[in-house]
Write a protein that binds this ligand. Sequence first.
Ligand SMILES: *Cc1c(COP(=O)(O)O)cnc(C)c1O
Length: 397
Amino acid sequence: MKLSTRARRLKPSATLTITAKAKELKSQGVDVIGFGAGEPDFDSPDHVKEYAIKAIRDGLTKYTAVGGIDELKDSIIGRLREDHGLVYERSEIIVSIGAKHSLYNLTQVLVDSRDEVIVPAPYWVSYPEQITLAEGTPIILETSEENGFKIDPVELKKHITPSTKALILNYPSNPTGATYNEQELRAIVQVAMDAGIVIISDEIYEKILYNGLKHTPVAALGEDIKKATILVNGVSKTYSMTGWRIGYAAGDKEVISAMSKLQGQSTSNPTSISQWAAVAAFSGPHDEIVRRTGEFEERKNYIVQRLNTIPGISCFSPQGAFYVFPNVSGYYGKEYDGKMIKDSLDFTEYILVEAKVAVVPGVAFGSDDHVRISYATSMEDIVKGMDRVEEALSRFD
Ligand SMILES: *Cc1c(COP(=O)(O)O)cnc(C)c1O
């Protein structure tokens, strides 16, 4: 059968591909250490599970309102108000099947063919693909390691044209772990506001921040900025609830209503049981979340230190999320078994085959000098994995 142009253009998610490859090796009995996963290794909280089981017992297993139950919208509204002083109404919130789905719906209702959307690189793999699916054009805005992978407002301005529809922000960032303080954020947002473009702010890692840093949502920078911003977030990363598939968008009523219309003609409501579980997550105790972030920070400190002692690797110390994004280009040009490491894909393959460690090539995130290592795994595996990587790379000495 002949597939649509749209389907033929679509790239598979690189992060999911490497996870599958590592799983395959594992199933063959190879002891692979997986640093590929984009999800916390912690279990979903017990009170969340109990609430979901109760929802099943109470028969809350039917269709719900397309954009989510009022109880969940209210718990999202409560969180945003309590954490950030942000005030939203129910009509300004839509619950989707994960933040990825919120972003997909958002792109579909905002972007026309030939519209440009600015995507700072390194970027989360799905942004460019989702923009292309909406027939828009992703405009890649490079950031550099020297500048801490942060957007330069002057560079941002240069990338804006009359066709620019939106700017995507993602902080703390997947894959770099970079984030912004309020002053830096204001400078970037001002450029977008002057150009009259939409700000799509993916803040899914807002609670996973280090060095005592505080997260400032774009929407909290002022009432006019809030009006121009669609905030995207969810339960996956904060509450270790990736499989439940609950995310949301908050912002302009008309945009939210259009997203709801699209959702109504495609997926309908997110799973009713998951929605009740998310109510428990947002409204429940948060001390465990703080403890887990502390654990992520310990792992981050260890892994950054280990990577930076390996010759030919330099690793930026992330301020949030659970990834490191080391520069491995010092190994490009090295040869083994008659093969040469030329790029991040070759490097990833070398590490997988020779060290039995799975990482994700940076090229998937728009940066071929790097690889992404997720430390959402046990300290024991991190130690073992780093030992193996170090050993495999020392063969080039
Ligand atoms: C994980 C992730 C998402 C999507 O999460 P969902 O599980 O779909 O809620 C969105 N953006 C970034 C940057 C992510 O890393």
